[in-house]
Design a protein around this ligand. Structure first.
Ligand code: PLP
Length: 450
């Protein structure tokens, strides 16, 4: 948006009229918001002309990078042709048909049906209603409880925030809602001392089994997890975790759901995170990389078994005015096609991902307070710890991370502090030279932090 205003004027108006998400308004207003005015590739510019390397792809979403004129052209054409129509009441339109066809091709076999939403949170809420409806139709109406994980993130709606395991969200608004319970996250560094990661993966999966038995298998509808916990700090489970969780879910007739809102569309080098770990969810949720953030759109990929079950039940009384919005669908189609046809995800898997992981491990391995240096594809993290030998964390979880993040910010590098986990998830189009720049700047900042 063009404007003649100065940074100070933007800040004053923002403070006067805009309530920000996940923000302490008083401290923001003292400090003043950073005003981002344009973006291209992996870079942002603020209203003072600073060029900023976006190591987080916005909020883990701009997979294809900023400034793709082909996507804006698709949006413009679609707006001229059919800016809006809904997909309720036995109606459809070409944009949503083409997108659904393409998504069924890039999804693993057995996912031929897609339900559209406007965000990851709506996808999660939709999934909650779907799994409960599925069990009703199947004559098991007692199966209503969903199991999520502590420190998982599934969005901000009442359903998503309940299913997520962020206690600071539960504290506001009496969450979780009934019918949602949690198990501990598969974080080997913290909970797996004395075990190999592989042994710990099985132990952590058994926590899911214990919870199913505690609630009663006839009451459990689904287990839901991010293949890699994103906002929880890039917790990459040991290779044994997901296959064991899958065996447990099958044993007790519990649906298995992957929340692919961050992992989906190439972040890990695979199209979807569950493919990296080799498990087979019954449904999976998506958003973010589906349109690379160019327009809001989310989706639930419904496995054939569940889709068939829902169809047997007649009307599924759920949907949004903008489910399958034509402009968002057209842009998502162009985005997914580009991710596929330009080999962007293949490059993450075979080239830039391995390059970043290697450089990341080398660069951060030697710091006194940096440990658990980890990553896959283009999602990387390390944890700021008090004592590497004992794995002791700093006492006020998140305090050191925030200080470190602010230093990064001052150096015009955006990385995220999830507690004391420092995280990078850049656009998937990042070049090796830009990876070097990201890591070199981050090293300089961590040196300053220490
Ligand atoms: N699920 C996961 C795994 C997420 O990471 C997020 C957002 O970060 C969501 C759901 C919620 O998505 P949204 O913010 O689009 O509602």
């Amino acid at each position: 948006m063009q404007s003649e205003r100065t940074t100070e004027q933007w800040r004053a108006l923002d403070a006067a009229h805009h309530l920000h998400p996940f923000t302490d308004t008083e401290s923001l207003n003292q400090q003043g918001a950073r005003v981002i005015t344009k973006a291209d590739g992996v870079f942002l510019w603020d209203s003072d002309g600073n060029k900023i390397l976006d190591g987080m792809a916005g909020l883990w979403c701009v997979n294809i990078g900023y400034g793709r004129k082909d996507l804006s052209e698709v949006a413009r054409r679609q707006m001229d042709e059919l800016a809006y129509y809904n997909t309720f009441f036995k109606t459809t339109h070409p944009a949503v048909v083409e997108l659904s066809h393409l998504l069924s091709q890039v999804a693993p076999e057995g996912f031929s049906h897609i339900f559209y939403t406007n965000s990851g949170s709506e996808s999660v809420d939709t999934m909650i209603r779907m799994v409960r409806r599925y069990w009703d139709v199947k004559g098991k109406p007692g199966k209503k409880t969903l199991i999520g994980r502590w420190n998982g993130y599934h969005g901000s709606t009442i359903g998503g925030a309940s299913l997520g395991g962020m206690s600071y969200m539960h504290e506001q608004g009496d969450l979780p809602i009934p019918g949602i319970v949690h198990v501990e996250q598969p974080w080997w560094y913290r909970y797996g001392q004395g075990m190999s990661p592989e042994e710990f993966g099985v132990v952590a999966a058994r926590w899911v089994e214990e919870k199913i038995l505690e609630v009663g298998p006839d009451k459990v509808a689904a287990f839901v997890g991010e293949p890699i916990q994103g906002a929880g700090g890039v917790i990459i489970p040991p290779s044994t975790y997901w296959p064991e969780v899958e065996r447990i879910c099958r044993r007790y007739d519990v649906l298995l759901v992957a929340d692919e809102v961050i992992c989906g569309f190439g972040r890990t080098g695979e199209w979807f995170g569950h493919q990296l770990f080799g498990f087979h969810p019954d449904l999976f949720t998506a958003a973010k990389g589906l349109s690379s953030g160019y327009l809001p759109i989310g989706a639930v990929f419904v496995g054939d078994k569940v889709a068939q079950g829902l169809a047997e039940g007649g009307d599924f009384n759920h949907g949004f005015t903008y489910s399958g919005h034509p402009v968002a669908a057209a842009v998502a189609h162009a985005n997914v096609k580009a991710l596929r046809d330009e080999g962007i995800i293949d490059r993450v898997k075979h080239d830039t991902g391995p390059y970043m992981q290697q450089r990341w491990r080398e660069a951060f391995g030697g710091f006194a307070h940096v440990d658990d240096v980890r990553g896959v594809g283009l999602i990387q993290a390390f944890t700021l710890v008090k004592d590497k030998a004992t794995h002791e964390l700093f006492p006020n979880w998140g305090e050191v991370g925030t200080i470190c993040r602010d230093i990064f910010f001052r150096h015009n590098l955006i990385m995220r502090a999830c507690g004391d986990h420092m995280v990078a998830a850049p656009p998937l189009v990042i070049s090796k030279a830009e990876i070097d720049q990201l890591i070199d700047t981050a090293v300089q900042c961590v040196t300053e932090c220490e």
